[in-house]
Design a protein around this ligand. Sequence first.
Ligand SMILES: Nc1ncnc2c1ncn2[C@@H]1O[C@H](COP(=O)(O)OP(=O)(O)OP(=O)(O)O)[C@@H](O)[C@H]1O
Length: 271
Amino acid sequence: MTGNLTLTDVTRHFGDTTAVDRASLSIAPGQFVGVIGRSGAGKSTLLRLVNRLVDPSSGSISFDGVEVTALRGRALRAWRRDCAMIFQQFNLVDRLDVLTNVLVGRLSEHGFLGSMAMRFSDEERAMAIRALDRLDLVPQALQRAGTLSGGQQQRVAIARALVQNPKIMLADEPIASLDPANATRVMDGLRHINREDGLTVLVNLHTLDTARAYCDRIVAMRAGRVMFDGTAAQLTDDVVRDIYGLEGLAEFDEAVTSTAARATGRVAIPA
Ligand SMILES: Nc1ncnc2c1ncn2[C@@H]1O[C@H](COP(=O)(O)OP(=O)(O)OP(=O)(O)O)[C@@H](O)[C@H]1O
């Protein structure tokens, strides 16, 4: 499978802030990569640079040798379709049913008038049902999206991303507003798709435990810089402490202490 994503010395400034600072990464097709870091470390900006929601101040981003930063017009739209993005807040249309929300993922194929009409082919409907089936959501297909739980809504967002036939799945804090059980289902959904389709997943995460449990590779950022890039086994608590200090370790695991600890009585982080 082709699909190498390469970032070389990518920098993005916002005024005096350097959100991403000379980041270099090479991501092989099919990898499940987690990006971790404290709030403001540059994780979201890194993902937005990849799908060109944000342009770099300098540096290069290429996919299979094509310079992504140079894409314009139709080629840029095609690239955005190739890298599907899911967000912390799901971004579904609450009043539409689940199936129609998934079909929205096909609109970029339709052109302006086709999009306005929201007419979909039988083949597209079948594709959407298959995507929902993979995320265990067929029973909810005709339910209004706004009536689903947060975890179900995020799985609908994944199904919507899937019908774009993407080459990369970008996920910006996809589980940050979910309880642990729903978070697990969403991460499991991403893992199945990654394994079954060989789809590259690049996901921003707040918690170390989740990154360690799901990611082949973990990239840790601090103040826009890539401070660590390796396997979960290499990212021990000692390494995190060395790079970020004890405070950093505590912050990475904040959500674990506030959610899982509540459920289990366990406190993950030594004081
Ligand atoms: N559009 C913008 N305009 C101005 N500053 C921005 C913009 N986007 C990001 N920043 C700044 O860039 C830095 C990195 O932000 P970013 O959102 O990428 O971090 P993050 O690691 O994703 O944080 P969080 O986990 O809180 O979402 C922050 O200082 C942020 O305030």
